[in-house]
Design a protein around this ligand. Structure first.
Ligand SMILES: CCCCCCCCCC(=O)SCCNC(=O)CCNC(=O)[C@H](O)C(C)(C)COP(=O)(O)OP(=O)(O)OC[C@H]1O[C@@H](n2cnc3c(N)ncnc32)[C@H](O)[C@@H]1OP(=O)(O)O
Length: 237
């Protein structure tokens, strides 16, 4: 698996030096990823295969894409920046935020999508709306190392937060995250995060997840999270 990651990295270096935002043709650089353009901005969907994806990740991706065919599952697209509407929703609550300044707003992006292909967070999330659950396929790259050869716990916590968040909807914030790290995750390996909504109580969403190896034999982590739907009557700043 590590070898597959290394092989992927070779193609990554070939792509280095090409900066996002610079004028370019979508098909020229990353044919596997869908791009659509408005007048000025190119929104790239990052939850699609790229050359750094290991065989395991591609295989699981294909399996879940098949499950999407009858409509029971959907693949969630992933962008570096939230849509204008989503951003407006959050701005409503955080009126005093530094992001109100135009220059910062333009620079801000989801930090899990800020790495070159294969070096950081490679992931895709599939959602089953009826069952109120998601499956996140995650391959943590070499820049996410903690203890040598192993994935940093903070990187795992980040993915758990995102995975649990994907079971919610609308404007929510993480209020509590509780993680039990049971086994260390080898760097560049693929893990599967199964998340579900356990309970909805007013504005409180109680969620849980587990993180397992592809063969399901290793339980790496278990976590619970509390997310709060933001109250339109309140502003947090
Ligand atoms: C597909 C892509 C998905 C992407 C997902 C992205 C994931 C990224 C998510 C994040 O990183 S969010 C950033 C980290 N989180 C924060 O910075 C949150 C900081 N905290 C807050 O802003 C506020 O505390 C919060 C908005 C969460 C709640 O404030 P509110 O004023 O709206 O709620 P309030 O304090 O009235 O509490 C509402 C209920 O929740 C309960 N509650 C709030 N915080 C709690 C807590 N920490 N533990 C337990 N209960 C809590 C509170 O007791 C109360 O219960 P009851 O309704 O039963 O009375």
């Amino acid at each position: 698996m590590l070898r597959s990651c290394t092989a992927g990295l070779r193609s990554i270096w070939a792509l280095r030096g090409r900066r996002e935002g610079a004028p370019r043709l979508s098909m020229d650089l990353q044919p596997a990823r869908r791009l659509f353009s408005t007048e000025k901005v190119i929104h790239k969907d990052w939850a699609l295969p790229n050359p750094s994806w290991s065989k395991d990740l591609k295989l699981l991706f294909d399996q879940f894409m098949k499950k999407c065919e009858d409509g029971s599952w959907e693949r969630l697209p992933s962008y570096k920046r939230r849509s204008t509407q989503e951003s407006e929703d959050f701005k409503t609550y955080f009126l005093g935020s530094a992001l109100q300044t135009q220059s910062l707003w333009k620079k801000a992006q989801l930090f899990t999508r800020g790495f070159e292909d294969g070096l950081g967070f490679e992931y895709v999330i599939f959602k089953n709306n009826d069952e109120k659950r998601t499956v996140c396929l995650f391959q943590g790259g070499p820049y996410l190392q903690g203890v040598p050869g192993l994935l940093h716990g903070g990187a795992m916590a980040t993915m758990i937060d995102i995975a649990l968040g994907s079971c919610t909807g609308g404007a929510v914030m993480t209020a509590n995250l509780n993680i039990n790290f049971k086994r260390p995750v080898p760097l560049c390996s693929v893990v599967v995060i199964n998340s579900q909504l356990d309970k909805l109580e007013g504005r409180k969403l109680f969620l849980s997840c587990n993180v397992r190896s592809v063969d399901e034999k290793t339980l790496y982590s278990e976590a619970t999270g509390l997310f709060i739907k933001l109250d339109p009557e309140k502003s947090s700043t």
